[in-house]
Design a binder for this molecule. Structure first.
Ligand SMILES: [Zn+2]
Length: 291
């Protein structure tokens, strides 16, 4: 627990785009050793008259690609392998529920487009958690629960501003179910959030009062997980709030951006990315999940 909570530095915390190498404290990599052997061989062949200048050029090109591959491996995959194969990584698939898909009570534009993408992302992870928005009838986030209010207005609740939504994901109703196209049989945990009548919960770590935990953080730490990837719906609400909370609680956090879709209400998507970037959340794509 201490190691996880007090571990702000390390290769996996490195900002995106900063080249890395053995001098930064990484263990010797096979690619580095291969590059050294290749360089020595090329120099020897050239001095011995066995290699023409064109050959030197080709060999240098090969060395460049070895170095580029080494940088890719360490930047995108700090531990030198696909993140999903690492037992310390988890993919959290957010709210792929009927009500958030076209035809649902609170449809996210293009939400259906991520179903297959999230399935593909999940297939690369050994650890997967699904989240499920799950509200009791008359929930505080429903416009219908507040006299004279309409969906997408913002009101003040005891814990702060609250956007009012159409009734959605009411517990144990068809709209709250996962889409039939979700195909993640190896998911190990389903976290239900927004279960308290008076508190909404975009984040899958803490409810909107910012103090009531869902229990996900403890679950992940008990399993030795220190790196969180997120995908699903919607980028600017449940994904973003979850990502910011994950980063603030010491997890190296990534959002698989092309596996998400946004509601984008009054600039909420831009604000969400500003908040995520400020919290240290990194943006990745589905292609980045495979080496
Ligand atoms: Zn909700």
């Amino acid at each position: 627990m201490f190691l996880l909570a007090g571990r702000p530095a390390g290769p996996f915390r490195r900002p995106l785009g900063i080249p890395t190498g053995p001098s930064r404290g990484d263990p010797p990599a096979p690619f580095t050793k291969l590059g050294f052997v290749a360089k020595t061989t090329i120099e020897g062949a050239y001095r011995g008259g066995h290699l023409a200048p064109q050959g030197v050029h080709c060999a240098a090109s090969a060395l460049f690609h070895i170095a580029a591959r080494r940088t890719f491996m360490t930047d995108r995959h700090p531990r030198g392998r696909a993140p999903g194969s690492d037992p310390r990584s988890v993919l959290v698939v957010v709210d792929l529920q009927v009500d958030f898909l076209p035809g649902g009570a609170l449809a996210v534009p293009g939400g259906h487009e991520v179903l297959g993408l999230c399935n593909r992302a999940a297939a690369t992870f050994r650890n997967v958690v699904l989240t499920q928005d799950w509200h009791p009838p008359g929930h505080a986030s429903f416009a219908s629960s507040h006299s004279g209010r309409v969906p997408f207005e913002t009101i003040d609740l005891p814990y702060g501003p609250q956007v009012l939504w159409p009734d959605h994901c009411v517990e144990d109703t068809p709209g709250a179910r996962f889409s039939a196209h979700v195909d993640v049989p190896h998911a190990q945990l389903i976290i239900r959030k927004g279960v308290h009548k008076g508190i909404d919960s975009y984040s899958t770590f803490y409810e909107a009062d910012r103090t009531t935990p869902t229990g996900l953080s403890g679950y992940l730490r008990d399993k030795g997980i220190d790196t969180v990837y997120l995908a699903g719906l919607a980028t600017d609400f449940c994904v973003a709030w979850s990502a910011v909370d994950a980063a603030r609680h010491g997890f190296a956090t990534h959002v698989v951006d092309d596996c998400c879709r946004a509601i984008d209400l009054d600039g909420s998507l831009a604000k969400a990315w500003a908040d995520m970037t400020a919290a240290g959340v990194r943006q990745v794509r589905l292609d980045d999940l495979a080496v």
